[in-house]
Design a protein around this ligand. Structure first.
Ligand code: BG6
Ligand code: MG
Length: 223
């Protein structure tokens, strides 16, 4: 495995790692799923984490056995409706939505001269970072509209290292989604999974929540 001294950069997921926004995504998808008659389950909620807007809609329709029921134009309209629901939920969001320990961790990384990039599938990530007051940390963002493949494909995390001019093995990827951990592993970076260890069993390092995410704990896990 990678040595702690080898690490030069950190590639972050956003929703569910930096901020509590995965809850808002789930709420907005649930509104749409139930309107379409698709039963909401924890399994569906987990499967939706990390994947793109249209992949999410496809998974919901498939789960309900209605993947062939709608035209592309209707699907576009559903995706737009979900995004409107999501943006409404984001309206009053501020720095209080930053997950525990993340603000200190980002400060610590900057003070220790680590490089940072963002590998979020969300087209709303610039807005979210602005509202959280964290945009200054992420000058290196991957624009998800330029990707050929979504998570779990390695493309987004590979690009996260490339924009920092670092080799994958010099980077740590941080994720709360199974698809995201698979993307980090495929890119050849050290994967840190935040959340349920059973779901994120493929991660190199597991933390139960973001308050455990510190340089010291990463070093400890690698020693
Ligand atoms: C990911 C979220 O970060 O972004 C998913 O985990 C979301 O839940 C995806 O569907 C796409 O986000 P957006 O904001 O472009 O619809
Ligand atoms: Mg996430």
């Amino acid at each position: 495995m990678v040595k702690f001294e080898q690490i030069k950069g950190f590639v972050f997921d956003l929703d569910g790692v930096i901020a509590d926004t995965s809850v808002y995504h789930a709420k907005a998808w649930r509104q749409l799923a139930e309107k379409l008659g698709v039963t909401w389950t924890d399994e569906l909620a987990d499967g939706l984490k990390g994947i793109s807007r249209m992949d999410s809609l496809d998974l919901i329709l498939k789960t309900g056995g209605i993947e062939n029921k709608y035209t592309e134009a209707e699907k576009e309209a559903f995706a737009a409706e979900k995004n409107t629901n999501y943006l409404n939920l984001l309206k009053d969001m501020d720095a209080t939505a930053i997950l525990p320990g993340i603000a200190d961790f980002l400060k610590d990384l900057e003070e220790h001269d680590y490089q940072l990039s963002l590998a979020s599938a969300s087209k709303n990530s610039p807005l979210v970072l602005e509202q959280l007051g964290l945009a200054m940390y992420f000058k290196n963002k991957i624009d998800p509209t330029t990707l050929k493949h979504g998570k779990p494909d390695p493309e987004i995390f590979a690009r996260g290292a490339e924009v920092l001019n670092l080799k994958p093995e010099e980077c740590v990827g941080i994720e709360d989604a199974k698809a995201g951990v698979q993307s980090i592993n495929g890119a050849g970076e050290l994967s840190v999974g935040i959340g349920d260890k059973n779901i994120l069993s493929e991660a190199d390092i597991n933390f139960a929540d973001t308050s455990e995410l510190t340089l010291e704990n990463i070093k400890k896990a690698l020693d």
